[in-house]
Design a protein around this ligand. Structure first.
Ligand code: NDP
Ligand code: PYC
Length: 344
């Protein structure tokens, strides 16, 4: 492995170096087979796109989960099609990535045949962002929606004790020629990973992100991690979060965030449960008129840009272009903590 370049509290690495480091760490901690490729791919992609809370920091999270024994490091996913427009991927207690990668081509095929299709990924350990799977579907010219519960870390609006997950929702829309319109965010005011990064950096969190263990507003990252996180948009984010609990929990026969937390029993592993991914083929409703109608979406995006507003996803794609040329800069302390995983 080439020696990484250090400067101003950061370490610069090429994407190839990040990939090799990720594979070494994951393999050393017992992950095996195609899981190593799939998990490394998602971690490298996060770092490449500047998704700091879901980039190489996730190596610490994934190794922590492997150490708990809560994740199966080797089991192969089982993909089935219980109905023409329904796909199931049983991850069997492994990380979600391999099940998702294996099931997405089946989902895409089903959406093309039926106009719309849904994939339930079941019994997976989830530590990742959702935009990678949304972008994979969108790259096939389809519209995509993905969501998953997590652990009970977030208080419902009007409450003050953790009950809901950070419950991300990701949506993607294909664009001819340009990078896709993709948003992906937690229904909590920020992802838990973002608060963890504030704690690591010794930085306060913005007001409105969390309550301490006594239910009082706090800007102390550790206190919010020990207390309750808050949803964005008050009752609106709270209701969306509950929707996520329902459609990616009981609707697909999997756990709510509270059930995932109970399963964890204090081990500190990543959340366990399901993810729902829906794919819609524009040609399903529109047939040959699909291109004409997708062009109207471009008018909408153009009007946004004309006001100086940017499209979600644009920052990541700009980061991607830079990272592929120049590599990525990782905080030295994080780099040191990751290298330490190779010694343990
Ligand atoms: P953010 O609050 O940072 O929001 C990210 C989204 O908003 C991105 O799509 C981003 O686009 C877009 N965005 C941000 N600023 C702007 C702007 N000014 N104009 C237009 N769009 C903007 O993310 P979160 O902290 O809520 O979540 C981060 C990640 O954590 C997500 O990827 C999510 O999937 C992951 N997560 C995973 C969980 C799990 O259980 N697996 C649980 C919770 C979160 P861009 O990227 O281009 O900036
Ligand atoms: O950042 O909230 C989070 C998170 C949970 C699972 C993966 N990421």
């Amino acid at each position: 492995m080439r020696t990484a370049r250090m400067e101003n509290g950061t370490v610069t690495m090429t994407l190839g170096e990040v990939d090799r480091l990720a594979r070494r760490v994951l393999t050393q901690h017992g992950l095996s087979g195609d899981h190593v490729d799939a998990v490394a791919r998602t971690i490298v992609a996060g770092e490449r796109d500047g998704s700091a809370s879901h980039g190489v920091y996730r190596l610490l999270v994934a190794v922590n989960t492997l150490r708990t024994g809560k994740v199966d490091p080797a089991i192969e996913p089982i993909i089935t099609r219980p109905a023409p427009a329904l796909v199931k991927a049983d991850a069997g207690g492994a990380f979600a990535q391999l099940a998702i990668e294996r099931a997405l081509p089946v989902l895409v095929d089903s959406a093309r045949t039926n106009g719309i299709a849904a994939l339930a990924v079941n019994r997976c350990i989830h530590f990742a962002a959702l935009w990678p799977e949304v972008e994979m579907v969108v790259a096939e010219g389809l519209v995509a929606l993905a969501t998953t519960p997590s652990h009970a870390w977030v208080a419902p609006a009007g409450g003050h004790r953790p009950l809901l997950g950070t419950n991300p929702i990701a949506f993607g829309w294909p664009r001819p020629g340009g990078s896709p319109f993709v948003f992906d965010f937690a229904t909590s005011a920020a992802a838990r990973g973002e608060i963890e990064l504030h704690r690591r950096a010794g930085k306060p969190i913005p007001a409105g992100w969390g309550l301490d263990a006594d239910g009082q507003p706090t800007t102390d990252a550790q206190a919010a991690l020990d207390g309750a996180m808050l949803t964005w948009g008050g009752h609106k984010g709270s209701a969306l979060s509950i929707m996520v609990e329902l459609i990616a929990g009981p609707l697909i026969g999997d756990l709510t965030s509270a059930e995932s937390m109970a399963w964890d029993a204090g081990a500190g592993a990543s959340p366990y449960g399901g993810e729902l991914i829906v794919a819609i083929d524009p040609a399903g409703f529109l047939g040959p008129a699909a291109a004409e109608h997708l062009a109207r979406a471009e008018t909408l995006f153009g009007a946004m840009a004309a006001q100086g507003a940017r499209l979600p996803g644009a920052r990541r794609h700009a980061n991607r272009a830079v990272s592929m040329e120049e590599g990525v800069r990782i905080p030295s302390a994080l780099h040191r903590d990751i290298l330490a995983l190779l010694d343990t």
